[in-house]
Design a protein. Sequence first.
Length: 216
Amino acid sequence: MGQKVNPILLRTGGIFNWKSRWFADKKSYADNLLEDYRLRQYLDEKLANASLVDVNIKRSISKLTLVIEVARPGVVIGKGGQNLEKIKSEIDHIVNASKQKKEKSRIEIKIEEVKKPDLSAKLVAERIISQLITRYPHRRAVKQAMEKVMGAGAKGVKIQLSGRIAGAEISRSEKYFEGSIPTQTLRANIDYYEKPAKTRSGYVGIKVWIYKGEIV
């Protein structure tokens, strides 16, 4: 079972917390869900250069708090905090543009630095994707990524490529392992991310598992 589901989803509520934490009735639930999706989509595009790792959303009656985890916080804040103010203004527009005055939420943004970006499955996958798009040899890209992950202190890493790898006529799947990945151990802290690389030959799906140790 551990090989067929998202490891983070399987552990949510156990060793991981929910990335969106709020309560809503039937009338506002769908609106809040769509709003969360738009916020994440906007931040993912806006903060691509800041090495965005994760976005946590917390809602109360009149307040929305965004905890943004990035490897390069200086890029998010900008000179004198100008970039952060622009981001806050855009988020306020996404959240409050269609609401009445009494329904508007106060926006609070917290920036947290990721001290070991090589232990983030998202950043590792995005680095491999950028290399594949520029026709960098896929085996070399994966090997270099795995060396950096293990060098950062991970106990195991697995990377899977699926699709028209290296422009092959027939799609195939390749898996690369180093260390251990105990996907069925629910105490295991496993970071996971998947995303396709849109190469000139076609799509190549990238999946990354990083095992950081057990949480007791």
